[in-house]
Design a protein around this ligand. Sequence first.
Ligand code: GTB
Length: 218
Amino acid sequence: MTVTITAFERSPDGGAGLARDTRVRWALEEAGQHYEVRLVSFKAMKEPAHVALHPFGQIPTYEEDDLALFETGAIVFHIAERHAGLLPDDANARDRAIAWMFAAVNTVEPPILDLVIAKIVEGDKPWAKDRLPLVMDRIRERLKQLSARLGDAEWLEGGFSAGDLMMVSVLLRLKPSGLLNEFPNLAAYVARGETRPAYKRAFDAQLAVFTGNPPPGR
Ligand code: GTB
């Protein structure tokens, strides 16, 4: 079985790990799966060969033998289903972990993406400074709810799962905003994710693309 994912040839985040190939790399590392990476330019992403793999002309994609996938939620779910360690054995616990994966991309990530848009895309609009606090407050509301649910627990549903992998990945995007620090248990939750050896390997591998120093063995 050969797994190939796509990633930015040159990530705009300068290797900060915020592009979405990091979460796929992380899942593959947690599962102990070797993978190859095909780097694509912004131009190549919109060309027919890539659009055949990803209808929206984005990264990451995932190819495994005759299977091609896009959407990180679907890719991480696929990896989690086929390998041990990312979903609980108990059927109900497993479904709840999957619910957290959906919550990450469907409930928590959208207001966080709004903040990116408000700052980067709309930052120079005359109304931007009025909109920004509203966007920040919508994120705060979600973080407050998530923080209340996590409480003192280490992970969202028992042991570490694909739900945590997706949620931590989504929350990492908030680091530069300082919002996470308003919720110390969430800041600690994200830090716990970042200290997992599999996350570190994923982070280092994506950073190596930027610095041109791939780790040995890849
Ligand atoms: N819902 C899809 C998924 O989860 O797979 C979203 C995929 C997506 O947004 N891909 C982005 C992309 O290909 C890269 S990750 N964008 C190029 C395009 O649309 O033309 C988003 C991203 C981009 C840049 C940074 N950054 O520089 O900090 C962070 C995250």
